[in-house]
Design a protein around this ligand. Structure first.
Ligand code: R5P
Length: 275
């Protein structure tokens, strides 16, 4: 039996789901109730936790209601938001550890995430992270080189480049300040090549815009991007539309609005198979 929050409605529309209520009180507070017999039954909850924080609250309320009904809960998180403050920094909230602690309270049988941003969370929570490489390979095969836009992305892009037998190019980036990007170095030949940048997520778009500039300066014929999560914060879409990037492929781990360069990869079939 499957339950979901409003964050993943678009991903379950072809799946039969359990009966439940997730609504707002008149003042906007969240209300959750399960309307199925789930005692000792294995259920799945599919929910992403991107901003606003209501998505996260809907999820914990749904988990609490299911736990109180005696369900054995499995959790699938297509986009695991709040995984960025993932280390101790003096004066800062350790938000990702805090949220992992909440999830632990529900004695979840299994947690699956899709291309989680903060691998460090493994220290606080047991989960399996999956990247839909097969879906990406269908797109990547049409390019000449695959580009890791920073050192952190290298291992995953390497896997994709082995799968599609395409050369790997690695960029080294540096953040002078939070949400600012400076490119230090590009390793690999991109002259006259169609380049595909591969990343876990696009937030401000700064990483891929700066990476695309360097690739074009070094002679790339065209630059496109594939990323699992399209967060697109602030003016990201506007800035990406103005950039020289040709196409941007993202999954619908977060529901996407229409935009000229955006090509959305539907994850629903892939997630259905997973669970
Ligand atoms: C590493 O920092 C990540 O893999 C992404 O490159 C990053 O989160 C993208 O952020 P932005 O779009 O703001 O540069």
């Amino acid at each position: 039996m499957i339950f979901y929050t409003n964050s993943t409605k678009h991903l379950v529309n072809k799946i039969k789901t359990g009966r439940f209520v997730l609504k707002r009180f008149s003042d906007g507070e969240i209300y959750a109730r399960i309307e199925e017999k789930v005692k000792n039954k294995s259920v799945w909850v599919i929910a992403s936790t991107f901003a606003p924080a209501d998505n996260l609250i809907e999820l914990v309320f749904l988990l609490d209601a299911l736990k109180r009904c005696g369900a054995k809960i499995n959790l699938l998180v297509p986009y695991f938001g709040y995984s960025r403050q993932d280390r101790i920094v003096e004066g800062e909230c350790f938000s990702s550890k805090l949220i992992c602690g909440w999830f632990k309270d529900f004695n979840l049988k299994r947690i699956i995430t899709i291309n989680i941003h903060g691998e460090r969370l493994k220290k606080f929570l047991k989960y399996k992270d999956i990247i839909p490489f097969e879906l990406y390979a269908r797109i990547a095969k049409n390019f000449d080189v695959l580009v890791a836009p920073d050192k952190g992305a290298k291992a995953n892009v390497q896997k994709l480049s082995s799968l599609c037998e395409k050369p790997l190019v690695v960029i080294e980036k540096f953040r002078p300040k939070k949400e600012q990007v400076k490119i230090l170095e590009l390793k690999g030949n991109v002259k006259n090549k169609r380049a595909l940048i591969v990343d876990d997520m696009i937030s401000t778009g700064g990483t891929i815009i700066e990476a695309s500039k360097v690739l074009l300066q070094k002679g790339a014929k065209e630059v496109s991007v594939i990323a699992t999560h399209g967060v697109f914060s602030g003016d990201a879409i506007k800035n990406l539309e103005k950039s020289k990037i040709k196409n941007i492929y993202v999954t619908n781990s977060i529901q996407q609005k229409k935009s000229r360069k955006l090509k959305v990869i539907d994850l629903s079939g892939f997630l259905k198979k997973l669970i």
